[in-house]
Design a protein around this ligand. Structure first.
Ligand SMILES: CC(C)(COP(=O)(O)OP(=O)(O)OC[C@H]1O[C@@H](n2cnc3c(N)ncnc32)[C@H](O)[C@@H]1OP(=O)(O)O)[C@@H](O)C(=O)NCCC(=O)NCCS
Length: 405
């Protein structure tokens, strides 16, 4: 195959980009297609001999880190290669372009949700967060201790509630891996959610109003009506549930778990640290299955390690291997704690040796340094370095990406 060229897409050509990229995925129906181009900030097409054969786009996000700081992250999305041009290096060319673009613009992180978890490690991406699917038979979903809501619940139209939802999200101070969703991003969700999906009806939004009168949480769900032998057998499909305090959290969960005519609750993006797991009378009834979610590529190691906070005071010298970027590779001295962190390049002997993908996996505290050491992905060069880095990098609560982009 001839050389692959990467052409950046002009902002007024974004609609055409979406059409081309959509074709590379097989052209399956895509809800609110007309709004996709409004959500993308940059895009590229891979070409050979004048033919478009690959596509990728980027959304500018700010990702929240342990300690609350938010940093710029290039969210890579709409990646596809024509079925007639696969396994010839087109994705590799686009990934190289994404990395170079982030570096030129001083963006320290790239992030994506992978269609297959086997693809991106070779490009320096590591699994930084996990997500669960959860399901429960609602007859077995009673809370261990009865809960009386000091606030109240209210249905609202998603379409007219975007500012409220963005406000709630922006006030989630301790959420790690939260991404700020723009007005345009929410607009696309609202249009998509207004349509029935599969056997389910349109999405419904219920907000929680705290005793002080402010909205402090929301849940979005779809109902699937089912009847078996004249018995109600419906399903509540919870899309997302976000709350700023435990009362709001419990009130919203109680709402979806006690819906008339629904026997089952399913949730595709269940937070692995969701408190509801500890509050059910019969917690084993909540069945969960875990999957990789956000894959990160650390572009500016020093800036990113300095931007997050650490669970305890400590110091470690980390040697990062990065075959694709010899100038990112090297030794970094990290002195960090709950309130502050300082990171600099160093010639000191390293305590830990790991590659960029492993660094990304421990970056948000979701996977421990010790776990990767046991897996042979982190080498301990100084006795005690794994234990102290594990204690530093671990973080609670576990990270939780708002939305798969
Ligand atoms: C996945 C996809 C983008 C790969 O594009 P491609 O141009 O064929 O990939 P490349 O030829 O550049 O491959 C680069 C490397 O990734 C590997 N790779 C590519 N696709 C892979 C896959 N699905 N699973 C595992 N490895 C994969 C290649 O083997 C190659 O490995 P190597 O260079 O380390 O030996 C393409 O197959 C596609 O469009 N699939 C359907 C849509 C999709 O899944 N998009 C990804 C969204 S996250």
């Amino acid at each position: 195959m001839s050389t692959v060229e990467i052409a950046e897409v002009r902002s007024d050509d974004m609609d055409r980009f979406v059409e081309i990229a959509h074709g590379f995925w097989g052209g399956a129906p895509e809800p609110a297609m007309e709004l996709v181009s409004k959500v993308l900030d940059r895009a590229m097409l891979a070409r050979t001999d004048g033919e478009d054969i690959g596509a990728a786009a980027v959304i500018d996000f700010r990702l929240s880190l342990p300690g609350g700081q938010r940093v710029a992250m290039d969210g890579v999305t709409w990646v596809g290669v024509s079925a007639t041009a696969r396994r010839r290096g087109v994705l590799r060319a686009m990934m190289t372009h994404c990395l170079e673009s982030a570096r030129e613009r001083g963006v320290g992180l790239l992030g994506l949700g992978a269609s297959e978890s086997s693809i991106y490690r070779r490009f320096g991406y590591g699994v930084a967060t996990h997500i669960c699917t959860a399901q429960i038979v609602t007859a077995h979903a009673a809370l261990g201790t009865p809960f009386r809501d000091p606030g109240r619940l209210r249905f609202q139209s998603l379409d007219t509630s975007i500012a409220t939802l963005r406000d709630v999200e922006s006030r989630q101070r301790d959420r790690v891996a939260g991404i700020g969703r723009s007005e345009a991003y929410w607009r696309r969700i609202a249009v998509t959610d207004a349509k029935p999906e599969g056997e389910t009806g349109p999405a419904q939004l219920v907000v929680h109003v705290g005793s002080g009168g402010d909205v402090d949480g929301f849940v979005v769900y779809r109902l699937e009506e089912r009847w078996t032998d004249h018995l109600a057998d419906g399903v509540v499909h919870v899309k997302e549930l976000t709350a700023l305090n435990l009362d709001a959290h419990l009130a919203l969960w109680q709402h979806v778990l006690t819906m008339d005519l629904a026997e089952h609750l399913r949730m595709e993006r269940f937070w692995p640290d969701d408190p509801i797991q500890h509050l059910l009378a019969d917690p084993r009834r909540l069945r969960t299955a875990t999957s990789d979610d956000l894959h990160l590529r650390v572009v500016d190691v020093a800036a990113m390690l300095q931007a997050r906070r650490y669970s305890c005071d400590g110091s470690v010298v980390i040697e990062v291997i990065d075959p694709a970027c010899p100038d990112i590779a090297g030794r970094y001295r990290l002195d960090g704690g709950r309130d502050d962190a300082a990171v600099s390049r160093t010639e000191e002997p390293a305590g830990l040796l790991l590659d960029g993908a492993s660094l990304a996996s421990v970056f948000l505290g979701d996977t421990s340094v010790a776990a990767l050491h046991r897996a042979g992905l982190v080498e301990e060069l100084r006795r005690g370095a794994v234990a102290s880095a594990t204690a530093m990098f671990t973080w609670s609560p576990r990270p939780w990406l708002n939305h798969r982009f």
